[in-house]
Design a protein around this ligand. Structure first.
Ligand code: AKB
Length: 314
C-alpha cells in the first residue's frame, strides 16, 4: 500500500526541514505539507500544500481522507516564551491539536503519529545534570505543562487504544534554513545571524546558563529513525529523552570567535532567563540509544561551522 504522510505545522523551524527530508525519502507527492500560513518557496513548490488549522477536527479529518494519509507529524505548537504571554491560546493549540490526531488514530483513520515533546517537561525540582528518562518533572511554564500533559495522553492512548504514537523530548534546536519562533533556546540561532551581519550579539540569557541543544540534521535524523524503528523496540510511549550537546552562551560565543575573532557578545537577560533556570543543563538519553540506536553526530564545533558556512552562502 502507498504511504501518504501529512506534516502539520510544516512551515515552522522543524516542519520545514522535516518536510523537505521526507519528500526526498518518499517522493514529493507522498508528503503533504500543511500549516495555518504559507511557508518558504522551497517548501511550497516542492509538493502538495494545504492551509490547515490543527485545532479544527473536521478540516483535519477532511484532508486526511482526501489524501488517504496514514502517518501524521504534528509539529504545530506555541513555544515556551510566547506561551507565557498567551497561556490559554497556547493550551488550546498544543492540546486540541494533539487530541485531534490521537482521536483520528483511535478511530483508525491514521496508523501512526509523531508528536514532539521538549526538555520543557522538566522543572526546578528535576535533577539538573544528566536528567534521567524517568524523574521528577513538575514543569512551571505553560508550554512545559502542555508538553507534560501531552506525554501522559500519548502514553494513555497507546496503552488503552493501541495508538502508535512516538515522541522525542527535543532540546533547543539550531538550524539555518528556517528561524525558530517564540522559544527560550532561540538565542542559539539568532547569535549566528547577528555574528555574520554585525559581529555582535546581545544575549537574552546569562553567560553561564547551560542548556541542552542539538543541530537540526541530528533532530531530523532522530525523528525519522524513531518513526522507522520496529514498533517492538519502542519501549517509551510518553516521550524519549534525546541529547547531543550542552553549552552556555559564553561557550557558543567562544566557538564563533574561532571563525569571527572580532565577534562581541554582551548580555541583557530578560523573562526568558527565568524559564531557562527551570530546565536541565544536560540530558541522559541512554534509553533512546539502547532501544532504537540513537547516536548524535554534531557537537558545538561542527554546528558552528555548519551554521556559519551555510548562512554565509545564503
Ligand atoms: C523552546 O525554547 O521553547 C523550545 C524547546 C526547548 O522546546 N526550543
Amino acid at each position: 500500500m502507498q504511504k501518504y504522510i501529512l506534516i502539520i505545522g510544516a512551515c515552522g523551524q522543524i516542519g520545514t526541514e522535516l518536510t523537505l527530508t521526507l519528500r526526498e525519502q518518499y517522493g514529493n507527492d507522498k508528503v503533504i505539507a500543511s500549516d495555518i500560513r504559507e511557508g518558504s518557496e522551497s517548501l511550497m513548490q516542492s509538493g502538495p500544500f494545504e492551509i490547515l488549522d490543527a485545532t479544527d477536527y473536521d478540516a483535519l479529518e477532511e484532508v486526511i481522507a482526501y489524501y488517504e494519509i496514514s502517518e501524521v507529524y504534528l509539529m504545530a505548537a506555541m513555544l515556551s516564551a510566547t506561551a507565557e504571554k498567551f497561556p490559554m491560546r497556547a493550551w488550546n493549540l498544543n492540546m486540541n491539536s494533539l487530541f485531534n490526531v490521537l482521536n483520528l488514530a483511535k478511530e483508525k483513520k491514521i496508523d501512526k503519529i509523531f508528536w514532539p515533546s521538549s526538555i520543557a517537561v522538566f522543572g526546578p525540582n528535576t535533577p539538573e545534570n544528566q536528567t534521567p528518562q524517568s524523574t521528577i518533572m513538575e514543569p512551571t511554564t505553560v508550554y512545559g505543562i502542555s508538553k507534560q500533559s501531552g506525554e501522559r495522553w500519548c502514553s494513555y492512548y497507546h496503552h488503552k487504544f493501541g495508538v502508535d504514537v512516538r515522541s522525542l523530548r527535543y532540546p533547543g534546536l539550531i538550524s539555518w534554513k528556517t528561524m525558530p519562533g517564540g522559544g527560550t533556546t532561540d538565542y542559539a540561532v539568532e547569535i549566528y545571524h547577528k555574528a555574520l551581519a554585525e559581529s555582535a550579539y546581545t544575549c537574552f540569557l546569562k553567560e553561564d546558563t547551560s542548556l541542552p541543544m542539538m543541530f537540526m540534521d541530528d533532530a531530523i535524523r532522530a525523528t525519522l529513525e524513531l518513526m522507522q524503528a520496529d514498533g517492538r523496540k519502542i519501549k517509551i510511549r510518553s516521550s524519549y529523552n534525546l541529547a547531543a550537546m550542552s553549552f552556555t552562551p559564553s561557550e557558543i560565543a567562544k566557538s564563533i570567535q574561532e571563525y569571527i575573532p572580532n565577534f562581541e557578545m554582551s548580555y541583557n537577560p530578560d523573562f526568558r532567563q527565568a524559564i531557562a533556570d527551570t530546565w536541565p543543563s544536560s540530558i541522559d538519553d541512554s534509553q533512546a540509544r539502547k532501544d532504537w540506536g540513537w547516536e548524535p553526530a554534531f557537537d558545538l564545533k561542527k554546528t558552528t561551522r555548519e551554521m556559519l558556512d551555510n548562512l554565509d552562502k545564503s
